[in-house]
Design a protein around this ligand. Structure first.
Ligand SMILES: NC(=O)c1ccc[n+]([C@@H]2O[C@H](COP(=O)([O-])OP(=O)(O)OC[C@H]3O[C@@H](n4cnc5c(N)ncnc54)[C@H](O)[C@@H]3O)[C@@H](O)[C@H]2O)c1
Length: 337
């Protein structure tokens, strides 16, 4: 099987590429990535010389880049590429529209033209807006109600995928997942930010009282979910990917503090994010019942493994948090709204 993975130099894309190359030694992967601040080829150092892996630098929103990456064609496009950080979307929404909406459209057009046989759109539970308590869950039928420019852009891409299926029968599957955690996550997101700040003896910023809750999936479990959808999923279907591991941000914060032997004086309560969703909770019963997937990683074990990874890979994250890198980012990226 030949798979075009977009955004494969990012957090989850790189984990998925490694998973596929290990599990299916005869599959071929092409990784199309623009290498934004979040794209890092060091995430793939251990597999970059694998003969079944090819990297193409390019933008999913540019037809010529997508065509170049697809070459003679592919069996499937799996679209991990995105602008993915809510806080950045609040500061500068433009790049989110370009990649998450226009980029998704460009890939759908390639599939519609027959350059790939199908597409899997990797999306988020944030398109559904929020739940107000832990007994409410998003199903595949829940209406979209996004709150941030990030989730609105993802919803735009997902709606376009749905429209391409209905209008042209373009074979596309949309997935809505809860939050990922694990190795190689850029240290701006809650878990890697808190772990790396504490390893540097710095404070950790908790929004408000930290009562907002999220649902969490370990990288390996998400890879297995996409594996099941790749091999058994039906075109035109939507699958929610969830674990029912729901935790308030403050619970995770306390777990990390405790694991690293720090006390609560490291917590700095900061003003809440504007439009902050209170909670996300995903009903994964369709994926479990129809495709036989289930999550296997206990949250505390996965979180401990993740913290250990950041402890053992300081050079990976220290570079990303360095002043030089942040200056490079400001110069080349942040100002381009
Ligand atoms: N991180 C989460 O918790 C989470 C949860 C649910 C869904 N998702 C979705 O999963 C996907 C992957 O998330 P992630 O956290 O690994 O993201 P990430 O930010 O770590 O990586 C995104 C990758 O996409 C690349 N990219 C960005 N714009 C591009 C463009 N125009 N063309 C080509 N490449 C481009 C970046 O260089 C980077 O390598 C995203 O679509 C995101 O919306 C993420």
């Amino acid at each position: 099987m030949k798979i075009l993975v977009t955004g494969g130099a990012g957090f989850m894309g790189s984990n998925f590429i490694r998973y596929v190359l290990n599990k299916y030694p005869d599959y071929k992967i092409i990784n199309l990535d623009k290498l934004t601040y979040a794209g890092n080829l060091e995430n793939l150092r251990d597999i970059e010389n694998n003969p079944n892996y090819t990297f193409v630098k390019g933008d999913i929103a540019k037809t010529e880049d997508v065509d170049r990456a697809l070459g003679e064609g592919a069996d499937v496009v799996i679209n991990y590429a995105a602008e993915s950080h809510v806080d950045r979307s609040i500061l500068s929404p433009r790049a989110f529209l370009d990649t998450d909406i226009f980029g998704t459209y460009t890939l759908l057009e390639a599939v519609r033209a027959g350059k790939a046989k199908k597409m899997i759109q990797i999306s988020t539970d944030e398109v559904f807006g929020m739940v107000h308590n832990v007994n409410e869950e998003f199903t595949e039928e829940t209406k979209f109600d996004p709150s941030s420019p990030y989730s609105a852009s993802k919803a735009g891409g997902d709606l376009m995928a749905n429209a391409y299926w209905r209008t042209y029968k373009t074979p596309v599957i949309v997935t809505h997942s809860c939050n990922f955690y694990g190795a190689y996550q850029y240290p701006e997101k809650l878990i890697p930010l808190f772990v790396t700040n504490l390893l540097e003896n710095k404070k950790i910023p908790v929004y408000g009282e930290g009562n907002q809750f999220r649902e969490w999936i370990f990288t390996e479990d998400h890879c297995r979910a996409i594996d099941a959808i790749l091999h058994k999923g039906e075109a035109g279907e939507v699958y929610n990917i969830g674990t029912r591991n729901r935790k308030a941000n403050i619970e995770i914060t306390k777990f990390i503090l405790n694991y690293l032997g720090k006390d609560e004086s490291y917590i700095e309560h900061v003003a809440d994010r504007p439009g902050h969703d209170f909670g996300y909770a995903v009903n994964p019963d369709k994926l479990i019942g129809k495709l036989g997937w289930k999550p296997e990683t206990n949250f505390e074990d996965g979180l401990a493994e993740t913290i250990e990874w950041y402890k053992n890979n300081e050079s990976w994250w220290k570079k990303l948090k360095s002043k030089e890198y942040q200056e490079y980012y400001e110069k080349n990226y942040a100002s381009k709204k």
